[in-house]
Design a protein around this ligand. Structure first.
Ligand code: HEM
Length: 373
């Protein structure tokens, strides 16, 4: 995965940022009719408030597309939009009461109509998209020159045929699905919470922009080399992740062996759902647990400090596989967006910070203004 190859990550992340920034830039030549995102340009140029979610979803998903299928998709491609819709609905339904009812009474729920059935139809639709990509990849596969994750997996499959290492097509489909599911909704929702918290705290937005102007300026794009010099922005992003709390109940796990954790004995085979919310809002760990406060991540001299209770990516061997990639995406997206735009909301509208809880915690629908700086 990209995490082992920083160049892949940088390329993918910068590609993704280009898409979003190109799309949001108010200074581009909007008369270019062939521009893939013309519709979005006109929304932004009209000065009307807009829903940022489709743009953020598309840009973030395109980073995973670049890694998995080796290219970005056009925002207007109906297959791409269907994929995004499937992923969003799955992320909601998988953590909803419908999934719980299905888990508890599978024989009954299988026979009943209801939204739980959409988990399976969405899954099928994403699977069809991935299988089509795999078939197309096979047509011109050059195992000595893999273009992306699918090529790399297929090349390994050729080497390891018959072995028990898991390099088989059914597993490839599920791995791609995992990357799309885990790598799209999470980052996009964190960016959505980021816009909400910065709009609600305009002085913090101003301070981030002041740091961007001082360290990066207005003439070049941010790069990862800037992050160590931008403690304040880094602290704000960490605080967005803490308050955003986008995976409140982590993923369900099963104890692989008898385990003692503190004073608890957890027998092998027990289902475990680590409650990340309890750590991110722990009153004994955070000075102001319920308030958006970037100082949680700054020392007295204004330098960035890590906090042990910062666990949005979970912990241990099965912690988020995409943490490195996600942290790059968040930094590059936020720095790039705030370098170019001031964000605000519709006059008189108070953005909500309570979320809709599914497998991830999603903001209620909201609209923003993006004003070029
Ligand atoms: C802000 C963004 C993200 C957050 C907060 C996040 C959080 C998490 C969490 C809490 C888990 C569960 C870990 C556990 O069960 O202990 C997880 C798993 C995972 N994440 Fe992320 N994630 C993010 C972005 C990404 C990205 C960009 C990718 C890239 C592809 C990714 C790939 C994965 C995968 C593959 C797993 C499953 C790991 C496994 O089953 O062992 N995540 N993530």
């Amino acid at each position: 995965m990209g995490q082992q190859d920083p160049h892949v990550e940088d390329k993918a992340v910068e590609d993704g940022c280009d898409v979003l920034l190109g799309c949001m830039s108010l200074t581009v030549d909007v008369t270019a009719p062939q521009c893939a995102q013309t519709k979005h340009y006109s929304i932004l140029l009209s000065g009307e408030p807009f829903d940022p979610v489709p743009l953020l979803n598309s840009a973030v998903a395109n980073i995973i597309c670049q890694i998995v299928i080796g290219r970005r998709l056009d925002y207007r491609d109906p297959n791409f939009q269907r994929l995004l819709q499937n992923l969003t609905e799955m992320a909601y339904l998988e953590g909803s009461i419908w999934a719980l009812l299905y888990e508890a009474f599978p024989d009954l729920m299988r026979r009943l109509p209801g939204p739980h059935n959409n988990i399976f139809s969405n899954l099928k639709s994403v699977e069809t998209f991935i299988r089509r990509e795999i078939e197309e990849h096979k047509l011109d596969l050059d195992p000595s020159n893999p273009r992306d994750y699918i090529d790399s997996f297929l090349a390994e499959e050729n080497h390891n045929r018959g072995s028990e290492q898991g390099f088989e097509e059914a597993n490839l489909v599920l791995c791609c699905l995992d990357l799309f599911l885990a790598g799209t909704e999470t980052t996009s929702k964190t960016l959505q919470w980021g816009l909400i918290y910065l709009i609600k705290n305009p002085h913090i937005q101003d301070d981030v922009q002041a740091e961007i102007d001082r360290v990066i300026g207005q003439t070049r794009q941010p790069t990862m080399a800037d992050r160590p010099n931008m403690s304040y922005t880094d602290a704000v992003i960490h605080e967005i992740q803490r308050m955003g709390n986008i995976v409140p109940l982590n993923g369900p796990r099963v104890a692989a062996k008898d385990t003692t954790l503190g004073s608890y004995f957890i027998p092998k085979g027990t289902s475990v759902m680590p409650n990340l919310t309890s750590v991110l809002f722990d009153k004994t760990e955070w000075e102001t647990p319920d308030t958006f406060n970037p100082k949680h991540f700054l020392d007295a001299g204004g330098r960035f400090v890590r906090r042990e209770a910062f666990a949005p990516f979970s912990a241990g061997k099965r912690a988020c596989l995409g943490e490195g990639l996600a942290r790059m995406e968040l930094f590059l997206f936020f720095a790039s967006l705030l370098q170019r735009f001031c964000f605000s909301t519709v006059d008189g509208v108070e953005l909500r910070t309570e979320g809709i809880t599914g497998a991830t915690r999603t903001p209620y629908p909201f609209k923003i203004h993006a004003k070029a700086r």
